[in-house]
Design a protein around this ligand. Structure first.
Ligand code: HEC
Length: 99
């Protein structure tokens, strides 16, 4: 019985939809050293696009963001080896940015 419940939880964990709150937590941990990831954030680098700017960049649709985050091609941005779940959460968070 316990095993069945655990399996069920595992399954729902893996199929769960992208989550904005989780994306925010990942951004606060891995991205905010360079990017302004939330309104009012004071630290961040001037030459790096804010998440709100990224959201407004039309060419950066979900597919492009996902491809970029799987393997960043910019020499100035590190490859953070994100899982596809983390990437989906981050994209959900970026898309939820207010202008
Ligand atoms: C060490 C600094 C650094 C960290 C940490 C970092 N970035 Fe970046 N990121 C950059 C820089 C610099 C650029 C702009 C590169 C350029 O335009 O040459 C960039 C650009 C981007 C872009 C735009 C790509 C494009 O094609 O215009 C996205 C999206 C992005 N970062 C997402 C993220 C996410 C999500 C995280 C956290 C998981 C993150 N970055 C962490 C430095 C960083």
């Amino acid at each position: 019985m316990k095993v069945a419940v655990a399996l069920l939880l595992l399954q729902s964990e893996q199929t769960v939809a992208a989550d904005v709150a989780r994306g925010r937590a990942i951004a606060a941990r891995w991205c905010n050293e360079c990017h302004v990831v939330a309104p009012g954030q004071e630290r961040g680098s001037d030459s790096v696009p804010t998440f709100s700017e990224i959201k407004k960049t039309e060419q950066l649709d979900e597919a492009r963001l996902s491809a970029f985050l799987s393997a960043p091609q910019h020499s100035r941005m590190p490859d953070l080896s994100l899982t596809r779940f983390e990437i989906a959460d981050l994209i959900a968070y970026i898309k939820a940015q207010q202008p």
